[in-house]
Every structure is written in structure tokens, then in C-alpha cells.
Design a protein around this ligand. Structure first.
Ligand code: PMP
Length: 387
């Protein structure tokens, strides 16, 4: 299988599996037990936090709380933000958030407890900074904005937005869903995004295990736990620590950091760019969303007008090439990408969109093979529905 769907999930590094196996076999202890502590499990958790801090460029005093993944982290951040905005405050988010942010906010909006304003997206795939600037006032209590979009890969103008928000509403809680960015590009929240208070991340997007991620809590903000009980993780997220997964995410974070130091993301970008040049030279009317915007180096959201992405994705899977129609969460739906239609693309265009998302080990040969297969499939009109 040529796997080109790394924004959906990544293959764990072998070292991740090895580390996890150790903590599922010989060192399976409960981290809170006396013998677990004697065996150094607390240190395992602490070094995982340090690995996450280094990968995301946050300070040693910033708290890392492990959760079951970015969906939970987003739900937690949003729940807390809504609590802060209840009454006279309001909440700001964008129309292109991941469903775990959008639907949680919509849920609270429907309950009638909070006012939410949704920033639209531009043709380039970034939230509209001008609209955002025009809206900010001192009653803004919570902001949730994605760092890099899961379908287009477009890196959002978060830095400018966060600085303006902090200036005009100093007490506003600022959250970002950095799930698609952490591990893929060099990031330093301390240098560039000091205003951001809460950061969601997910292990399985950077070659760690599924079902593990976290919320980074910065700037000494105080938030309420969402899951209460045993008091683990400073009483902020109860539940027996998933030590195997935490050990796995730790190794994945260290490995990704090393790859970023070696500028591996630039090789990934070269492979992605090579793919885009090739697809545009074979299909002169090919669409590439957000091509002019700052983007994750591994992502290409492209379409060949007149084709149907559902058919192509299936036909490619039959040829052992894994790509997707868009985000894994909406890939089951027959509707084309909502984000693309919000960006102003029409139904025929959005129906043709396919997402390629490479990893550190994706080769030029693999993406060239994808172009060859697309050419073959499109030349054979019987295997593709031409609209
Ligand atoms: N946010 C974004 C931007 C994502 O791409 C995803 C994964 N599709 C999530 C949140 C949810 O992450 P998890 O699978 O860890 O719950």
C-alpha cells in the first residue's frame, strides 16, 4: 500500500511500538502505585511532557495534560471557554474548525448559554483576518482557532489574530487546535505565539499511538477539569494514566523533533511540490486549494475538474494507493468538502477534490505513481464518473 493519507493518521514509528510494548508487558504498573513510582513511571510521564514542550516550543512551566486525543482536548478547551463567556461575554471561532470544536460550540450555542460568532474563510483557505479584527471587543472571552487546516493544510494567520485579541481583550482565553501542525513543522509558541493559552495536540498525527494527545495549558491560566475522579494529572484530568501511550507519544515527539532539526519537512515539501507540478502538467485545469497560502509541507488538496473524487479514491484504493476525499471525519459522507465550498468553490469543483498528505518517508516515486494512476483512470472513462 502506498500510504498518502497522513493527515488522517500516521504509521507509528517502530521505536514507538517498542516503547509501548515495554510498558504493556514488563512495566505495566499503575503510575500512581508505590512500585510504579519506584520503577520510574513518573519520570516517564515527565519526560513525555518535556518532549511535547520541546516539539511545540513552549516553556518548562507550561503544563502538559495528556488526554485521549485532540477531540477530547478540543471539547475540554471549548467547554472551559464557554464557561468563561457565559453572561455578558461572547466567543469567536472560524467556519473551518474541526467538528470537535465546531460541534461542541454549536451544542453550547443551541443550549442558549453563549453567543458565538464564526469568522468566514477566504478563497485562500485562511480565516478572514480583516473580519476578525473588525469584531474583537473587550467582551470577547474565548477564541478557538485552528492552527493548520486538516484538509487544505493552510496555516492560519493565528499570530496576527492572537496579538490583536490579547491587546483588545486582555483577559480573553485563546485556544488553538494545533493537531495538524505539531510534529510537521518547526513551531515555537514561546517565540511566536506567546498569547495562546491552550493548545490541543494528538499523538497519532505524528507517528505516535492513536487515542493519545493532550492539552497544553500556558500563561498560568486556571481551568476547570472536564473529567473528574481519581485526581490524576494535578486533578485536571482524572483517569489512570495511559503509560504505554504516553511513552509512545514521547518517543514520537523526540523523533519528530530530530527530523525537524534535520529539516526533513523541507524534503517533504519538495516531494509535495513535485507532485503538484506533475499533476498540473498532466491536467492543465487541475485545482490546488490554498496553493498560494502558507501551507503544511505535506498536504495537497487537489482536484481534476470533471472527475468524481469518490470514484477516484475507491479506484486508487483498489490499486493500493491510499488517499482520501478530505478529512477522515467527513470522508464517509457523500457531501464534498464544506471547507472548499466555504472557500468559494462550486459543487463540481468540490466533488473532485482529493487530499494527498505525505509523511517523512513518502518518496517522489510514490507521488509520481499516484499521478500515473490518475492519468490511467481518467483516460479510461468507464472507471471514473465524468460529471
Ligand atoms: N483537530 C484536527 C484539526 C484534526 O485533524 C483531528 C483529527 N482528524 C482532530 C482534531 C481530532 O484528533 P483525534 O483523532 O486525536 O481525536
Amino acid at each position: 500500500m502506498i500510504y498518502l493519507d497522513n493527515n488522517a493518521t500516521t504509521k507509528p514509528f517502530p521505536e514507538v511500538v517498542e516503547a509501548m510494548t515495554e510498558f504493556m508487558t514488563s512495566r505495566f504498573w499503575n503510575a500512581s502505585s508505590a512500585y510504579g513510582q519506584l520503577d520510574g513511571l513518573e519520570e516517564v510521564v515527565e519526560s513525555a511532557k518535556a518532549a511535547i514542550r520541546r516539539l511545540s516550543g513552549v516553556a518548562p512551566e507550561d503544563e502538559v495534560i495528556f488526554t485521549s486525543g485532540a477531540t477530547e482536548s478540543n471539547a475540554w478547551a471549548v467547554t472551559e471557554g464557554v464557561r468563561k463567556a457565559m453572561g455578558s461575554g461572547w466567543v469567536l471561532s472560524s467556519q473551518i474548525e474541526h467538528p470537535s470544536v465546531r460541534e461542541t460550540l454549536e451544542h453550547f450555542q443551541e443550549q442558549g448559554g453563549v453567543a458565538v460568532r464564526w469568522i468566514p474563510v477566504t478563497r485562500d483557505g485562511a480565516f478572514d483576518l480583516g473580519e476578525l479584527m473588525a469584531l474583537i471587543d473587550s467582551n470577547l472571552r474565548f477564541v478557538s482557532l485552528v492552527f493548520a487546516h486538516n484538509e487544505t493544510g493552510v496555516i492560519q494567520p493565528l499570530r496576527e489574530a492572537a496579538a490583536a485579541i490579547r491587546e483588545r481583550s486582555p483577559g480573553c482565553l485563546i485556544h488553538t487546535d494545533a493537531t495538524q501542525a505539531i510534529g510537521k513543522i518547526p513551531i515555537s509558541f514561546s517565540n511566536d505565539l506567546s498569547e495562546v493559552d491552550l493548545i490541543s495536540f494528538s499523538g497519532h498525527k505524528f507517528h505516535g499511538p492513536k487515542g493519545t494527545g493532550g492539552l497544553i495549558i500556558r500563561n498560568r491560566v486556571l481551568i476547570q477539569p472536564m473529567i473528574r475522579g481519581g485526581g490524576q494529572q494535578n486533578d485536571l484530568r482524572s483517569g489512570t494514566l495511559n503509560v504505554p501511550a504516553i511513552a509512545g507519544i514521547s518517543v514520537a515527539a523526540d523523533k519528530c523533533w530530530e527530523l525537524l532539526q534535520k529539516k526533513r519537512h523541507e524534503s517533504v515539501r519538495a516531494v509535495r511540490d513535485h507532485f503538484e507540478e506533475r499533476i498540473c502538467s498532466f491536467f492543465t485545469d487541475a485545482l490546488i486549494l490554498g496553493r498560494q497560502a502558507p501551507r503544511l509541507p505535506n498536504t495537497s488538496f487537489f482536484g481534476i475538474p470533471g472527475t468524481d473524487a469518490d470514484d477516484l479514491v475507491l479506484a486508487l484504493a483498489a490499486k493500493e494507493i491510499a488517499v482520501s476525499k478530505g478529512s477522515a471525519c467527513s470522508a464517509q459522507s457523500i457531501e464534498p468538502s464544506k471547507t472548499a465550498s466555504l472557500m468559494g468553490y462550486n459543487y463540481d469543483e468540490t466533488s473532485s477534490l482529493i487530499r494527498l498528505s505525505a509523511s517523512n518517508s513518502t518518496t517522489s516515486d510514490e507521488v509520481c505513481l499516484l499521478v500515473d494512476k490518475l492519468q490511467e483512470l481518467c483516460a479510461n472513462a468507464t472507471s471514473v464518473v465524468w460529471t
